[in-house]
Design a protein around this ligand. Structure first.
Ligand SMILES: *[C@@H]1O[C@H](CO)[C@@H](O)[C@H](O)[C@H]1NC(C)=O
Ligand SMILES: *[C@@H]1O[C@H](CO)[C@@H](O)[C@H](O)[C@H]1NC(C)=O
Length: 555
C-alpha cells in the first residue's frame, strides 16, 4: 500500500466526472421541413417531418453527417395507430430540443473527425425506416405511409441548404435509422453530387433473420408485415427485390452485399434489442423465463447464455454474407448494447469499448478518411483466448481485446488466486472475513456498461444492487453518500490510499459489521466482516493479501 494509488484513483475519477459534465452534450433545436408537406412527404399523422442541425464550421463547413434516429417499426394498422400520436409518428409530439453528443459532439476532443461538420439528427416518424409509400390515406385512421418520400424530401431540403456543395458526406443512423442508412445508402449517394465523397454508417442496424426461442420466425413475419403495410417494396433495393420476397429485403444480410457505396457496420454481436425482440420476444416466452436475463445479462442462466452464444454465431454468419471487400468497415464487439455512436460513453471516452485497442470514433474516422481500413470482430463473452470464427469459409483469428473481462490467461490466474485465498480467509467464524466480492472494475475498460461480479464467497450479491455500489464509487462522494451491499447500508468511516473502510448502519450484531473496499488495476475487492476494531485489522490484512497478489501481476 502507500503507493498513492487511491489519490491517483480519486484524481482519475474526478477528471472522469469533469469530462462527463463537459461531454454531457448541448441542446439543438428542431427544424420542421414544412415544404415537404406539399410533396406528401409526411409523418404517420400527416405532420411535417423534422430534424435537428448543428451547423458546420471552419474546415468542416462543407461536410455533412446525416444521421437518422431509431425507434423500431409499426407493422400493421393497430401498431401504427398506437404510434401515430407519439414522437415516433408525429412531429407535433417531438421534443423541441435534443442533446447532441458522441458522433454529434462539436468538440474536437470528443469527436475528432466530425466535430466541425454539419451534424444532423433526422427525426424518425414513419415507422418503416423511411421506406413506405402509399398514396391513399384511409379517412378513418388518417395514417400516412410515406416514409420513403420523407427521406427524399429531407435530402432535397438539405441540398438546398448547402449540401449541394458537400465535399464529404455520411448517411448514418441508429437502430431502425441504421437500417435506413443501409437500405437507402446508394440512393443517398445518388442524390448527392458526383464529386462528394459519400459513405454510410450503420450503428446497430444489422438485424438478422433468426428464429426466436420458441422456434418461430417472429422477426421474418414482422418485417413482412412492415413492408406490406407501408408499401415499402418499391423502395427497397431492386437488386434484392428482383431475387426474393420484398419482406426478406428488409434484412441487411439479404441486401447489404449489393450496396455499392462504402458501408461501415458498428454492431454488438449480442445486440440487446435483437436479444430482446428477435431472439426472445414476449410472444415467444409466455412464461417470462427470459425476463430477467433480457434486463441484465448477468442474470442469464447457463443455458440462456449458451443460446445467446449461438445467436452470436448466427449473427456472425449473417455478417459474413456481406463479403470482405475493403470499403466495408466492421466494428463488431461483444457488449450487450444497442447503438454506440450517439453516446459519448461508447463513442469516445477513456473507457469506451475498443477492438484491437481502437475505439469506435477512431475506427470510423480512419475508415471514412481512408487512413486505414477497419474490420474487427471481438471474441465471445466471456472471453476465450485465440477464438476463431468462420468468415466466408475462412478461419480468421479474431481480436482478443480487453473488454468485459480481462484476457482469459489473466482470468484463469485471478480465479486461482481467489480460490486459494477465499478458502483461507472467507467463511467460517475463525476466518477474518464472513464474505467477499471481486468486482470487475477496470477503469480503462467499458466495465461500467456492465458491472460484473468476477467472484463471490459467502454472499449471493445482486448485480443490480452492485451496480449501485459501483456507481457510488464512480461518483466519488465517498464521505457524503452511503452505499448498499446486500441488505445492508454502509457509510464510509475512513479513506486511505487505494482503499476505504465502511460500517453498516443497520446491523443487529453487537460488535457491528464492517466493509473494506480496495481498488486494483482491474478490480474492486470488497471484504465484509463482523465485529470490532481487532477484527477490522484482521479483515484488512486479509483483503490486503489478496490485493497484493493481484498487484504483483498488474491486475
Ligand atoms: C399487429 O401486430 C401486432 C404485433 O406484431 C400483433 O400483436 C397484432 O395482433 C397485429 N394486429 C393485427 C390486426 O394484425
Ligand atoms: C438500514 O438503515 C437505514 C438508515 O438508518 C435505513 O434507511 C434502511 O431502511 C435500513 N435497512 C434495513 C434493511 O433495515
Amino acid at each position: 500500500m502507500g503507493s498513492g494509488r487511491l489519490g491517483q484513483w480519486l484524481y482519475i475519477l474526478l477528471v472522469g466526472v469533469l469530462i462527463l459534465l463537459k461531454a454531457e452534450g448541448f441542446n439543438v433545436g428542431i427544424t420542421y421541413v414544412v415544404n415537404a408537406v406539399a410533396k406528401g412527404a409526411v409523418c404517420l399523422d400527416g405532420s411535417p417531418p423534422a430534424y435537428h442541425i448543428d451547423k458546420g464550421f471552419g474546415a468542416g463547413i462543407n461536410n455533412w453527417l446525416v444521421h437518422i434516429e431509431g425507434g423500431g417499426w409499426c407493422n400493421n394498422v393497430t401498431t401504427c395507430l398506437a404510434r401515430k400520436n407519439t414522437r415516433l409518428g408525429s412531429s407535433k409530439k417531438m421534443a423541441k430540443e435534443i442533446a447532441f453528443s458522441g458522433i454529434f459532439s462539436n468538440k474536437k476532443a470528443f469527436n475528432p473527425d466530425f466535430y466541425n461538420w454539419n451534424r444532423l439528427k433526422v427525426r424518425y416518424c414513419d415507422g418503416a425506416s423511411f421506406t413506405g409509400d402509399v398514396e391513399a390515406v384511409n379517412r378513418a385512421t388518417n395514417l400516412h405511409f410515406r416514409g420513403a418520400r420523407v427521406f427524399v424530401a429531407i435530402i432535397e431540403d438539405l441540398l438546398a441548404k448547402g449540401m449541394k456543395n458537400a465535399k464529404n458526406a455520411i448517411l448514418s443512423g441508429c437502430s431502425a435509422g441504421a437500417l435506413t442508412s443501409i437500405l437507402h445508402c446508394d440512393k443517398f449517394r445518388g442524390l448527392l453530387p458526383m464529386s462528394t465523397k459519400v459513405k454510410c454508417l450503420s450503428d446497430a442496424g444489422y438485424f438478422i433473420n433468426a428464429k426466436d426461442v420458441s422456434g418461430a420466425q417472429h422477426i421474418e413475419a414482422f418485417y413482412n408485415d412492415v413492408v406490406t403495410t407501408h408499401g415499402s417494396a418499391k423502395n427497397l433495393p431492386t437488386s434484392c427485390t428482383s431475387r426474393i420476397r420484398p419482406g426478406l429485403c428488409f434484412f441487411p444480410q439479404n441486401m447489404a452485399r449489393q450496396v455499392r457505396t462504402p458501408l461501415f457496420l458498428v454492431n454488438a454481436a449480442y445486440d440487446s434489442w435483437q436479444i430482446k425482440n428477435i431472439l426472445a420476444p414476449g410472444v415467444a416466452d409466455p412464461h417470462g423465463l427470459w425476463h430477467n436475463c433480457k434486463l441484465d445479462i448477468t442474470k442469464c442462466s447457463s443455458s440462456q447464455l449458451k443460446t445467446m452464444q449461438e445467436y452470436r454465431l448466427e449473427f456472425l454468419s449473417a455478417i459474413a454474407r456481406l463479403g470482405k471487400s475493403s470499403p466495408r468497415g466492421l466494428f463488431i464487439n461483444s457488449c450487450y448494447a444497442h447503438c454506440q455512436t450517439e453516446t459519448q460513453e461508447t463513442w469516445l471516452r477513456d473507457d469506451s469499448p475498443t477492438l484491437g485497442g481502437i475505439k469506435i470514433a477512431k475506427a470510423v474516422g480512419d475508415w471514412y478518411y481512408d487512413r486505414s481500413p477497419f474490420q474487427k470482430i471481438d471474441c465471445p463473452y466471456p472471453k476465450f483466448s485465440g477464438s476463431t470464427v468462420l468468415q466466408d469459409g475462412q478461419e480468421t483469428t479474431v481480436d482478443n481485446d480487453l473488454e468485459l473481462f480481462t484476457a482469459s490467461m489473466d482470468w484463469t490466474l485471478v480465479h486461482k488466486i481467489w480460490e486459494k485465498w477465499a478458502s483461507n480467509s472467507v467463511g467460517s467464524s475463525d476466518q477474518p472475513l464472513k464474505a467477499a466480492l471481486l468486482i470487475n472494475y477496470d477503469p480503462t475498460g467499458p466495465s461500467r456498461l456492465l458491472s460484473t461480479i468476477a467472484e463471490q464467497e459467502g454472499i449471493k450479491a445482486n448485480p443490480m444492487e452492485l451496480s449501485q455500489f459501483v456507481d457510488f464509487v464512480n461518483r466519488n462522494k465517498l464521505q457524503s453518500e452511503s452505499f448498499f451491499i446486500g441488505p445492508n447500508q454502509y457509510i464510509v468511516t475512513s479513506i486511505h490510499e487505494n482503499w476505504f473502510c465502511a460500517r453498516s448502519m443497520n446491523t443487529s450484531k453487537p460488535a457491528g459489521e464492517g466493509a473494506i473496499v480496495m481498488q486494483t488495476a482491474a478490480f474492486l475487492v470488497v471484504g465484509l466482516y463482523d465485529g470490532s476494531i481487532g477484527s477490522a485489522s484482521r479483515a484488512m490484512g486479509a483483503v490486503d493479501q489478496f490485493v497484493w497478489q493481484l498487484s504483483r501481476k498488474n491486475l
